[in-house]
Design a protein around this ligand. Structure first.
Ligand code: ADP
Ligand code: MG
Length: 406
């Protein structure tokens, strides 16, 4: 068990400098924040710290600047937006490390916030450069990890800094957002209420084989959709036309089918088209009737109903990856249908957790996000947890000592 912000007494925070690794990696359009959801999610942590009288320094990456300054990816407009969302003075510091950052931090009064420039402008961030972590730890008394979506990466701001802070005698804890994500997925995986049903989709089986491997022994049913199902079809010797398949993974698919037996549930019908194109005509076919010149773009309506009946029975649902090319309205029905079925399961009392960037976006687009227990902010991080891997950012946090655990 790792310490969380709730484990630190608020009076111990007053006057201290707290570095917060947040996820401010928001979409921008014309230099303004286009969607503030990620900022909203970290506001409770920021507010708790400013109200406790801490001096808060926020670190985050934005996009992929590749270790150099790219003016288009400055966090400045994001800092302005943060300022409108927390009741505190929020300053922007146009540097990532060095004396200018030290000055900006020493200018803070208790209850104020400074947002540093995009951490990935500094090549030391993704390289997890120890000198960068030490430079930050020189002014940080404590560290809070509130960026679940990057916690699976061992970068300077996610893993190097918390370790450096702890070496200096400070605390490194999970913020409210990360604590909630860990609790939701952790409980679902370690002590799932049964039946436990997992839905896995998306583009490639290769990226999620470890996830399927880790889930299989735990679940009562594993429903597979998306292009991932195609490689299973191929392994079964079926015609998959021009669909996205991974021939080098058919052996793995066969092995998974044998290990899973009846718990592995594959689509029985598909939406096919001449090509993946918004204008292409879509027809629904039995999975045995796919023509050599057709491409599978979605699961079919019979499969949606079959998946729905599994989800209706479930007490725990974990879903990662869309059922089809849901970016196109004509191939989004399968994903929408499963999103509705997942929301119905949640309405009926099931714990439903959706992780993955594209799946989370699909759930929001379907308008059912509010009914689902947890729509995770972190695709890669939730996949890593599902696969049973350690998250380097979480691993670096202070341990809750046994006698403190309830
Ligand atoms: P997530 O971000 O939720 O983890 P992935 O990134 O693994 O999901 O997969 C999402 C992508 O999978 C989408 O871009 C979608 O178009 C693609 N996809 C799903 N089904 C198919 C299919 N049948 N053919 C091609 N691409 C597909
Ligand atoms: Mg994705």
């Amino acid at each position: 068990m790792k310490k969380t912000l709730g484990d630190l007494p608020a009076d111990a925070l007053a006057g201290t400098v707290v570095a917060v690794r947040a996820d401010l990696n928001v979409p921008l359009s014309d230099g303004e924040v286009a969607d503030a959801t990620r900022i909203e999610r970290t506001v409770p942590t920021l507010r708790h710290l400013t109200e406790a009288g801490a001096k808060v320094v926020v670190l985050s990456h934005l996009g992929r600047p590749g270790g150099r300054v790219r003016p288009k990816l400055t966090l400045e407009p994001v800092a302005r937006r943060v300022g409108r969302m927390v009741d505190a003075e929020v300053r922007f510091c146009a540097h990532t490390r060095g004396p200018r950052v030290h000055e900006a931090v020493s200018d803070l009064q208790p209850g104020m916030v400074a947002v540093l420039e995009n951490t990935r402008f500094d090549p030391g961030e993704t390289a997890n450069d120890p000198s960068l972590a030490r430079d930050w730890a020189a002014w940080a008394d404590h560290f809070v990890l509130d960026a679940f979506g990057t916690s699976h990466r061992a970068h300077a701001s996610t893993a190097g800094l918390p370790r450096a802070v702890r070496r200096n005698g400070g605390e490194a804890v999970a913020g409210f957002l990360v604590a909630r994500e860990l609790a939701a997925l952790g409980d679902a995986l370690t002590e799932p209420r049964r039946p436990f049903v997992a839905v896995i989709g998306g583009a490639k089986i290769s990226g999620k084989i470890d996830v399927i491997d880790a889930l299989l022994p735990r679940v009562d049913a594993l429903l597979v959709g998306g292009a991932m199902a195609n490689t299973f079809f191929l392994a079964m010797g079926m015609e998959t036309g021009t669909s996205l398949v991974e021939p080098d993974r058919t052996a793995a698919a066969r092995r998974l089918m044998v290990a899973a037996g009846a718990r592995l549930v594959l689509p029985v019908d598909c939406a096919v088209a001449a090509s993946i194109d918004p204008r292409a005509e879509v027809r629904f076919v039995d999975r045995g009737d796919i023509a050599a010149d057709e491409v599978i773009g979605d699961i079919g309506p019979v499969t949606v109903e079959m998946f729905r009946s599994h989800l209706r029975e479930a007490a725990t649902v974990v879903w990662n990856g869309p059922m089809g090319v849901c970016e196109l309205a004509s191939l989004a029905e399968g994903t929408r249908g499963v999103a509705h079925a997942a929301a119905e399961a949640a309405d009926g009392g099931a714990t439903v957790i959706v992780g993955g960037g594209d799946s989370a976006a699909a759930v929001r687009a379907t308008g059912v996000a509010a009914r689902i227990s947890d729509v995770s902010t972190g695709g890669g991080a939730s996949l890593a947890l599902l696969a049973g891997r350690e998250l380097p950012g979480v691993d670096a946090l202070s341990d809750l000592e046994a006698r403190e655990q309830g």
